[in-house]
Design a protein around this ligand. Sequence first.
Ligand SMILES: Cc1ncc(COP(=O)(O)O)c(C=O)c1O
Length: 378
Amino acid sequence: MDLFNVYPINPINIVKAKGSTVWDAAGNAYLDLYGGHAVISIGHTHPHYVRRLTDQLNEIGFYSNSVEIPIQKELARLLGELSGKSDYHLFLCNSGAEANENALKLASFYNKRKKVISFTKAFHGRTSLAVAATDNPNIVAPVNETDNVVFLPFNDEEALQQAFDSYGDEISSVIIEGIQGVGGIQEASVPFLRLIRSLCDQHNAVFIADAVQCGYGRTGSFYSHDYAGIDADIYTMAKGMGNGFPIGAISIAPKFKAVFGMLGTTFGGNHLACAAAVAVLEVIKQDNLLKNAEEVGQYLITELKKIDRIKEVRGRGLMIGIDLPEDLSTLKKELLEKEKIFTGEAKPNVIRLLPALNITKAHADQFLEAFDRRLKVL
Ligand SMILES: Cc1ncc(COP(=O)(O)O)c(C=O)c1O
């Protein structure tokens, strides 16, 4: 049997990893500023994480949600504390798409409405409704197509106001990334996020903050939407949550009442996944990683902004987009092949930095020096 070939991959076999360094089978070391797509939050094979998972696996790895799983409560307590949302409730699942799917569903159960507002260049995942709310027709199969999702221009307050004025009582939810990731590191403006909050309040619509990529401390605040000084009704999360172990979740405002059976999952919230997520939060807390993300991120952004040949530097904390002109379109490849540095990308020509939250200033300098070296030859 062969693999179903859907990924354009780099021909590199990573066999070992520690912190922000990964090694290929030939022993070459790489600086990882991509984290397997914003997933590695506390660094690869962090000793506390490895110990927590190993200890858990030696006790019990999995049982379903038909029995008590106390580590779920431990995770909920820690997540409530670190996100500043102790009064919210936690529902656990396995991925970002699933988190968004559940959030959109819960909103619809809550207000019994069907319309979802999403925005241009949004990415919310590949399951049925999440992909319908994703602004990329290439990944929406005919069976996913629905009139229930309306796309409005990102950060356009007038268009949003108009939509609510004309059919506000049909809108179930508004879903928005605090910083669009796949969309090229585009920040939702503070007035826009505040307008969503107030329109949702006026019309009993649900504000869903997709924090799958921009959340979990990446921008220096727990959810990147926090910088607007608002509370969303539901936060969705995944990527950095398990540092590579598949886990996703939604954090749900107290006004939503749980009903047996309304949401559910076989694997979500299993012992091993929760051990991974607890270990991540313990390290984030103990090592003050939000502060590190903010400081090292700010340093990188400031230094990158000094480089003339970059069109634009966008983002916050350790979610950084480097928008490049056409003549530098090979830079990402060059960084990987010549400098042994992994970075991410967004179309058409943006390098995305999504490193672990505990990268050091020395890592940042290593990248900046390599970047400068490549610019000299390109
Ligand atoms: C903002 C956002 N939401 C949702 C998802 C989907 O997450 P997953 O791939 O875990 O389903 C992603 C993945 O890139 C994402 O960036």
